[in-house]
Design a protein around this ligand. Structure first.
Ligand code: COA
Ligand code: AMP
Length: 631
């Protein structure tokens, strides 16, 4: 096999033939002859003349190749005690029936279906069943509250919503159906039907005429063959946080997505068909889409679907138990999960109870991987720990250490080097390319490689405005960092108001919009403060109306509840301080970055443009009372 340097050079010098070569590993109804359609730039389209079906690639082709009896999915739920296995042949039958069921409900190619589900096998069947029909799924993370779900219902306008009666968190059962009903009440758009999986512990109440129980809905449905779609047709919409409360619907195509993900399995993750691959994430996030559902199955691996947490279900040894029991070759998770395990079991006592010699690599992504955690994991597991950097928008890694091609030296603190087709420059604020070692906006030259977002759902202009306008000819990642002389990238911070809490991407603007709705709150700001477990945590600063007669503690408690009920507990906004005024520049911009540095106790300088420097002393004192700013 080629080395990394020549592979990468080929991918940027002759991008089309590189990806047309990779496309040969996919089963096409009409193989593409053209790599890239540039005629509508900056909307580039991969494999414009190709036709395929993603579900066929993830399921049927393995059955046809004689591997129908291989496990496709191993479901392991330490929270409920349930375990089950599903072969490719069973998955084929289930997705075919699901597609037939959807079709009978009136869903056709390009219609949208929202999937609001916990981590159960039916969720994967639903994703793939939509793909089989050519319908566009939009999975909404189960930890989001009704109002967030309603926003996505209005934006995606689904014909059908697939859900379940409940999800399981370690300390409680989360009833999904009341949240779903509330979301549909809130939304302007109403789906025609909801299909509900009734889980043992909770039987959801069904709305007559609209809701159907999962098995009843399937009864008598025909098993549908995969429908051939254009490579450029949308496979799914996945909403992600931006600077405002309105989430952005990242649109992924069918063809480019299948090609890039399939390529990544061998070259980045170094697995072979038949290996067991485990992404310990949630299907509601991009990692779950790409590496629980699509990539492992398209490539013919067995994928683990894990309904649990790294600690507490029942203990910090559960990851090792799952690895040993199911013979996992590659584990992919967020650094937070390892920080949690390290904190609960610093000496790795639980690890000694399991034989994890089947594990060859640990991959980390979703947030900065701190060198301490990487080194600890390496020492404990005795395998390479690979940090890689990517985004919902790209669907696979922008930078990684491609161990399946060549294991490059690891540099702690860096997710290594650019993957094929990603032509990265670090730009200053005027768009000039910066030399090695200098910090700037990490930007990728257009066109982006396959699988990267085609647009924002229903908002082509917003796609241009948010990603392509600041630096013409580039996609702006929203991350700031630098490249060293060897081409290793270092991700340092976001350039926008996005924060990263336990690998979950949250918009501070979105949280501020919710706080500002409280009747006693006149003004507010949310910042991300450093947290040893979750990387960052949101912290709110609120100013009350002078007329407010209520106790500050009551208002804080209500404001925290408001965020939980509007956004979801996953926002983890549990710390709010009351201040007289917000620190602002003379032009009225809130100095969030300065407050975050003060809270974290890192070096900061008084901004020259600050309106009233004294306010920072008051804020420092308030932060100290809750243990920040060195307090
Ligand atoms: N449905 C309902 N509620 C959910 C939920 C879901 N699917 N997922 C999370 N929540 C709730 C949790 O119950 C918790 O509520 P609480 O604060 O009232 O207890 C809150 O949202 C925050 O959840 P989480 O971020 O999972 O934190 P935690 O404190 O429960 O657990 C870790 C800490 C480290 C164990 C956890 O963050 C973790 O497993 N992280 C791995 C990160 C990851 O998988 N990232 C995906 C991107 S790769
Ligand atoms: P998401 O779209 O939710 O996957 O979040 C993407 C963002 O998470 C990126 O833009 C980065 O800010 C951050 N991120 C993801 N992976 C890494 C990584 N390996 N190192 C540092 N930051 C990361």
């Amino acid at each position: 096999m080629q080395d990394y340097a020549s592979l990468y050079a080929q991918s940027v010098n002759d991008v089309e033939s590189f990806w047309l070569d990779a496309a040969q590993q996919i089963s096409w109804d009409t193989p593409p002859e053209t790599g890239l359609d540039r005629s509508d730039a900056p909307f580039y389209r991969w494999f414009p003349d190709g036709r395929l079906n993603t579900c066929f690639n993830a399921v049927d082709r393995h059955v046809l190749a004689g591997r129908g009896d291989q496990n496709a999915i191993i479901y392991d739920s330490p929270i409920t005690g349930a375990k089950s296995k599903m072969t490719f042949a069973e998955l084929q039958q289930k997705t075919a029936k699901f597609a037939g069921m959807l079709s009978r409900l009136g869903v056709a190619t390009r219609d949208r279906v929202i999937i609001y589900m916990p981590m159960i096998p039916e969720a994967i069947v639903a994703m793939l069943g939509c793909a089989r029909l050519g319908a566009v799924h939009s999975v909404v993370f189960g930890g989001f509250a009704a109002a967030e779900l309603a926003k996505r219902v209005d934006d995606a306008t689904p014909k059908v919503i697939i859900s379940a009666s409940c999800g399981h968190e370690p300390n409680r059962v989360v009833e999904y159906k009341p949240l779903l009903d509330a979301a549909i009440d809130l939304a302007r758009h109403k789906p025609s039907h909801c299909v509900i999986v009734q889980r043992d512990v909770v039987q959801a109440t069904l709305v007559d005429g609209r809701d159907m129980e999962w098995h009843a809905a399937h009864e008598g449905a025909v098993e549908m063959a995969p429908i051939s779609v254009h490579a450029t047709d949308p496979l799914y919409i996945l909403y992600t946080s931006g600077t405002t409360g309105q989430p952005k619907g990242v649109v992924r195509d069918n063809g480019g997505h299948a090609v890039a993900l399939n390529w990544s399995m061998r070259h980045i993750y170094d697995v072979s068909p038949g290996d067991v691959y485990w992404a310990a994430s949630d299907i509601g996030w991009v990692v779950g889409h790409s590496y629980i559902t699509y990539a492992p199955l398209i490539y013919g691996c067995t994928s683990i679907l894990f309904e649990g947490k790294p600690i507490g279900t029942p203990d910090a040894g559960v990851f090792w138990r799952v690895i040993a029991e199911h013979q996992v070759k590659v584990l992919f998770t967020a650094p937070t999960a390892f920080r949690a395990i390290k904190r609960a079991d610093p000496d790795g006592k639980f690890l000694q109870q399991h034989d994890t010699s089947c594990l060859k690599y640990l991959f980390l992504a979703g947030e900065r991987a701190d060198p301490d955690t990487i080194s600890w994991a390496e020492r404990q597991l005795g395998v390479p720990v690979i940090d890689h950097w990517w985004q919902t928008e790209t669907g696979w890694s922008i930078c990684a250490n491609p161990v399946g091609v060549e294991q490059l030296p690891v540099k702690l603190g860096s997710p290594s080097v650019a993957m094929p087709g990603y032509n990265i420059d670090i730009l200053d604020s005027d768009g000039h390319v910066l030399p090695a070692g200098e910090l700037g906006a990490i930007s990728i030259k257009l066109p982006l490689p396959p699988s990267c977002l085609a647009t924002i759902w229903g908002a082509d202009q917003a796609f241009i405005d948010k990603y392509l306008s600041n630096f013409p000819g580039y996609y702006e990642t929203g991350d700031a960092g630098y490249c060293d002389a060897d081409g290793y990238l270092y991700i340092m911070a976001r350039t926008d108001d996005v924060i990263n809490v336990a690998g979950h991407r949250l918009s501070t603007g979105q949280l501020e919009e919710v706080l500002a709705d409280h009747p006693d709150i006149a003004e507010c700001a949310v910042i991300g403060v450093a947290d040893q477990l979750k990387g960052q945590l949101p912290l709110g600063l609120i100013c009350l109306y002078p007329s407010s007669q209520r106790k500050a503690d009551d208002i804080i408690a209500e404001a925290i509840d408001l965020v939980r009920s509007r956004v979801g507990r996953v926002a983890a906004l549990n710390q709010i301080i009351v201040v007289d005024r917000l620190p602002k520049t003379r032009s009225g911009k809130v100095l969030r970055g300065t407050v975050a540095k003060i809270a974290d106790g890192t070096d900061w300088t008084m901004p020259a443009t600050i309106d009233d420097p004294v306010i920072l002393d008051e804020i420092t004192a308030a932060l100290k009372t809750i243990g920040y700013a060195g307090g």
